[in-house]
Design a protein around this ligand. Structure first.
Ligand code: ATP
Ligand code: MG
Length: 509
């Protein structure tokens, strides 16, 4: 029905330089539906949503929101007044402010009144928590929250403004399976109440579970529009990437005869604002992938920070190739340990710098990048171009700034840098495929498996159990700062894994 359409975009195009991010896109969204938007990294999904939300100005085309023809230029504030809210792929929260302030920020009305009504605001927040089923401590500072919780703050922020159409850009990329499940029931509830939801996600199973219709984008254009009940994962994947996908699975290795590369014994920390390590022990072997499964916030971040030499140990020992390694005085990075960090914006990239500068960070002292006392610009260019090609970073430009790349392509920059070190021996991959499209996930998995097959030691930390199961030789569960169980991947089933992840144990027989 014509009047059930709340959003109508026609012939929308947008270029950045000579890169056409959106090319003559048509999209209609019906009231009270969940429309999933799917597409490869760089297909133009975020751009389209940002145009709708008034964040970018379109070059061509028309936009109607609830029957109102929108002018060429309008601000997100105007879009919000028209009932839209957007949760961005990369959060836009004020890290040094508490949860409550972030939720109300910008929606408080006149300042004096807000200060006066602080108590009322608190009450409003309380009822928002109850209504959404999302419970957070209003006073926690954003910087102390795990990523999953920051996502929730973003959603609460949108709901607080009483939006009628909610745009979510990859909201589940940082959530655990349980958190995702909770969020889906929240979204279904919101739909019941008549809210319209646009959701970008790379996870095909989620698309099928949640949405009413799916819009697939490829290279800036609409590649297909499907009723969810009439399509399949295979059809969606094919429409998205234009070819049939395979899938990477490890050939599992058992470790009996090998000696460990890295042994972590009884590691404890005291300085983390999150979950300190409380006697964590773990052994890693060459040519093997150990997957760490666990609910976010159980010490994963701290484990990575300890290995990076950022978070000091209060007790415990680290053995590298059988010898004691003094974490207080040396960095494991000197011994070929590379980290793919979970949060690419805060730890993986310098956003205002170019792709080349981001790829070259840490490589500048390589002798083959020098010509006497000078940088060998040609060598640097060809090294960078080689990696851009190998890792399929799109667009193929070393001069673009990292912040001008799509989310998935930013992650590829990090992978390219970390996985191409010549003395690479240990890889710590934390959520390595978060935000990547199915083709790029397949690529990353094959890279990790290649390094494993070449004898490197790999620690994989992921909240995606499919990923853990597909790649790991051994699985360890982290709970409350310790490894509670570690065994061959084949000896786990989902139920047992879930049990340990929730802090339980099997009955001892
Ligand atoms: N601010 C910008 N400046 C220059 N180019 C940009 C900018 N934002 C996006 N682009 C380019 O536009 C294209 C589409 O990007 P967009 O972020 O919309 O992709 P996406 O579909 O959301 O991808 P992903 O799944 O990786 O998030 C990409 O080629 C990207 O590099
Ligand atoms: Mg995006």
């Amino acid at each position: 029905m014509e009047d059930s359409v709340v959003i109508r975009m026609r012939g929308v195009s947008k270029s950045f330089g000579n890169n056409k991010a959106n090319d003559n896109v048509d999209m209609e969204v019906r009231k009270g539906e969940i429309l999933a938007i799917l597409g490869e990294n760089g297909a133009g999904k975020s751009t389209l949503m940002k145009i709708l939300f008034g964040f970018y100005t379109r070059d061509e085309g028309t936009v109607e929101i609830e029957g109102n023809v929108m002018p060429l230029v309008y601000s997100p504030r105007v879009a919000m007044e028209m009932g839209l809210a957007m949760v961005h792929q990369h959060f836009k929260l004020v890290e040094t402010l508490p949860v409550a302030e972030n939720i109300v920020l910008g929606a408080e009305g006149k300042v004096a009144r807000f200060v006066y009504d602080k108590r009322k605001t608190r009450e409003k927040l309380k009822s928002l928590y109850d209504y959404s089923g999302i419970h957070l401590n209003s006073d926690t500072l954003i910087r102390d929250l795990p990523l999953g919780d920051r996502q929730k703050v973003e959603i609460l922020k949108a709901l607080f403004r009483g939006c009628r159409t909610l745009i979510l850009d990859e909201p589940t990329a940082v959530l655990t399976p349980q958190e995702t499940e909770n969020m889906f029931s929240l979204l279904r509830n919101l739909r019941e109440q008549g809210m319209t939801i646009l959701i970008i996600t790379h996870k095909l199973s989620e698309v099928l579970q949640l949405s009413d219709r799916v819009l697939v984008m490829r290279a800036g254009r609409v590649a297909g529009l499907f009723e969810t009940s009439h399509t399949s994962e295979a059809e969606l994947a094919r429409t998205m990437v234009g070819y049939e996908l395979g899938s990477s699975k490890t050939i599992r290795q058992s470790c009996s005869s090998l000696s460990p590369t890295l042994q972590l014994e009884n590691l404890s920390t005291e300085d983390s604002a999150g979950c300190n390590l409380k006697g964590l022990s773990l052994s890693l072997y060459p040519g093997r992938i150990v997957g760490i499964a666990g609910v976010d916030g159980n010490g994963q971040r701290e484990l990575v920070e300890v290995l990076a030499g950022i978070l000091p140990l209060s007790s415990g020992t680290v053995l590298l190739n059988g010898s004691l390694f003094d974490m207080g005085r040396r960095k494991l990075a000197e011994s070929g340990l590379r980290i793919i960090p979970e949060d690419r914006h805060r730890q993986g990239l310098v956003l205002p710098l170019t792709v080349q500068d981001n790829i070259m960070a840490g490589y500048r002292n390589r002798i083959d990048m020098r010509k006497g006392p000078f940088f060998d610009i040609e060598a640097i260019h060809s090294f960078t171009d080689g990696l851009i090609e190998d890792f399929d970073i799109r667009p193929r430009s070393r001069e673009l700034k990292a912040q001008q790349m799509s989310g998935g392509n930013q992650q590829k920059i990090v992978l390219a840098r970390e996985l191409s070190e010549s003395d690479l021996s240990i890889i710590v991959a934390s959520q390595p495929t978060r935000g990547l499209d199915v083709g790029a996930i397949e690529f990353t998995h094959s890279q990790l498996l290649k390094h494993k097959n070449e004898g490197r030691t790999i620690l994989l930390i992921s909240s995606d159990l499919d990923e853990i199961e597909a790649l790991s030789d051994e699985i360890a569960v982290i709970y409350d700062g310790k490894i509670t169980v570690q065994r061959n991947a084949d000896d786990f089933d989902r139920t047992t894994l879930g049990l340990y992840m929730g802090g339980g144990r099997e009955d001892v027989v």
